[in-house]
Write a protein that binds this ligand. Structure first.
Ligand SMILES: [Cu+2]
Length: 120
């Protein structure tokens, strides 16, 4: 009977460590992204980030210029995130530099070439 409980204990330990130790360690971070001016910008950034391996979920809000990212730190270095944002035509701001820059007219970025926001 002792052997059974030892086996059980080992099993439980193995299960616990499998759950705790895997490479998967999702982390939530809030990003500041400069240059988004409308929903299309938002979509662009969302897609760019979602395409990265290791990103679990993305919530972009162009109005506040922010993005909430749930991702695996081990799989997605910040440089990759930055590159993805840049690839979409926007700028990832470092936290310390994060401040709201005045809203650029839509069309200064790459997404809204129609420049609908230019109507004043
Ligand atoms: Cu836009």
């Amino acid at each position: 009977m002792k052997a059974v409980s030892i086996t059980l204990a080992v099993l439980v330990l193995a299960l616990v460590s499998v759950n705790l130790l895997p490479a998967k360690s999702p982390e939530t971070t809030n990003l500041k992204i400069d240059g988004m001016t409308c929903g299309a910008c938002e979509t662009k950034v969302t897609k760019a980030l979602e395409d990265l391996d290791g990103v679990e979920s993305v919530q972009v809000d162009y109005a506040s210029g922010s993005a909430k990212l749930v991702y695996d730190k081990n799989q997605v270095p910040m440089g990759k995130i930055e590159a993805a944002v840049a690839g979409a035509g926007f700028t990832l701001l470092a936290d310390s530099k994060a401040k709201k820059s005045g809203k650029a007219a839509c069309g200064s970025g790459s997404c809204c070439s129609a420049g609908s926001a230019k109507k004043i």
